[in-house]
Design a protein around this ligand. Structure first.
Ligand SMILES: N[C@@H](CCC(=O)N[C@@H](CS)C(=O)NCC(=O)O)C(=O)O
Length: 212
């Protein structure tokens, strides 16, 4: 059984989407990341920075979105979302899956907070390079690995969605728009985003937010 440590409309959302794509049973454990008093200290025994997401799979705890994505897609390999070791697509899959958290996420966060930084001095490079890299990669196929949808798309797609529709820091770009439309047409995407919306509503998060 999988216990999914989650908060709606957060970095846990990509894992929620992945769990829907995998079609495996799981239960939510809500983590109050927006509570005034902060995340309960007890949660540190699960996630050392008290952040979501985290999972407990039959007693094995996994933290960090990229690691959780790799773990789940490999454990539930029958869903076909992870090119197996030995498959030539595996390198590209792992590269983009990790790129989402090691480059896309920090670059977008820095941009959204107006932090100007010198690309060569930071591990994640510049905003312009990140946009150019993603545009090039997504111009060569419908998905980030090429012809097939993989768990790397739940990572990259969530990052592009957040940067475009929530933070609004990505430029209007037909390649990104077509990619997001393709992902949004997936039944698992629609199921998870509807559930996230209902959870956010129940948590009183809708004030001042455009409804989907
Ligand atoms: N490096 C972590 C980052 C996760 C993260 O930043 N989670 C945020 C939600 S978007 C969080 O839990 N923040 C609560 C807090 O820091 O108190 C990962 O990739 O899993």
């Amino acid at each position: 059984m999988i216990t999914f440590y989650h908060a709606p409309w957060s970095r846990a959302s990509s894992i929620h989407w992945l769990l829907e794509e995998l079609g495996v049973p799981f239960s939510f454990s809500a983590v109050a990341i927006r509570a005034k008093e902060g995340v309960p200290e007890a949660y540190r025994s699960i996630q050392p920075n008290k952040k979501v997401p985290a999972i407990d799979h039959d007693g094995t705890v996994v933290t960090e979105r990229a690691a959780i994505t790799i773990y789940l897609a490999d454990v539930f390999a029958e869903a076909g979302l992870a090119p197996a070791p030995g498959d030539s697509a595996r390198a590209r899959y792992l590269t983009w899956l990790v790129y989402a958290d090691s480059v896309l996420d920090p670059v977008v966060a820095a941009k959204a907070h107006g932090i100007d930084f010198m690309g060569p001095r930071y591990s994640y490079g510049s905003f312009a390079e990140m946009v150019a890299n993603l545009e090039k990669a997504l111009s060569s196929g419908p998905y980030i690995v090429g012809d097939r949808f993989t768990a790397a798309d739940t990572q990259i797609g969530s990052g592009i969605h957040y940067a475009t529709n929530v933070l609004r820091v990505l430029p209007d770009n037909p390649v990104f728009k077509a990619y997001l439309d393709r992902l949004a047409a997936r039944p698992a995407f629609q199921r998870y985003s509807q559930r996230e919306f209902e959870m956010a509503k129940a948590a009183g998060m809708l004030e001042g937010v455009r409804q989907p």
